[in-house]
Design a protein around this ligand. Sequence first.
Ligand SMILES: Cc1cc2nc3c(=O)[nH]c(=O)nc-3n(C[C@H](O)[C@H](O)[C@H](O)COP(=O)(O)O)c2cc1C
Length: 190
Amino acid sequence: MTSYKVGYFVGSLSSTSINRMLAKALVRLAPPELKFEEIPIKDLPLYSQDHDADYPPVARAFKKAIAECDALLFVTPEYNRSIPGGLKNAIDWASRPWGQNSFARKPSGVIGTSPGAIGTAVAQSHLRGVLCFCNSPLMNNMEAYIQFRPGMITPEGQVTEESTEAFLRNYLNELHAFIVRVLTVLPRDV
Ligand SMILES: Cc1cc2nc3c(=O)[nH]c(=O)nc-3n(C[C@H](O)[C@H](O)[C@H](O)COP(=O)(O)O)c2cc1C
């Protein structure tokens, strides 16, 4: 069995984040080939190009954590119909300095939940555009716009609805297949 390390970002800094609950559920439901590890974004300062000549240790560690992953998963809320600022800031750090873009050729997936009926669809659409520019091969299908209902996932990541659990398992299996396909074409050591 070939296993793949998947670094995941939670796009929310909230202590009661429903997207963190979703991330925990995904970790619980993942097929054995996918080993998930969170890459935290909360300690990154605001990005400025002034840092490019000498990244601070926290940003170096952040880029190193990404480099050590085979693939990435973004689990994010939608803020004002777009990407939360904290997550966008993290992406900007990772994409620089120029010529050292951490996302290049790194397969990724996007998922998110919100109480709203369209379940983060607009934020995901914006994020897809950003990841496309950052040259990350992105799983186009399946899409996962999860409308969060109270109690649907516990804070520990236990999914209480059978249909939601089946959907998330399916998403993870598709993500696994996508990662295998991308890394077959673009091997990890290239
Ligand atoms: C600043 C802000 C903007 C928001 N904008 C949206 C939005 O555009 N679309 C949406 O579905 N929910 C929006 N919400 C509601 C969030 O979906 C909800 O707060 C959700 O719990 C955030 O995810 P989290 O719990 O993982 O932080 C917004 C919430 C905040 C705090």
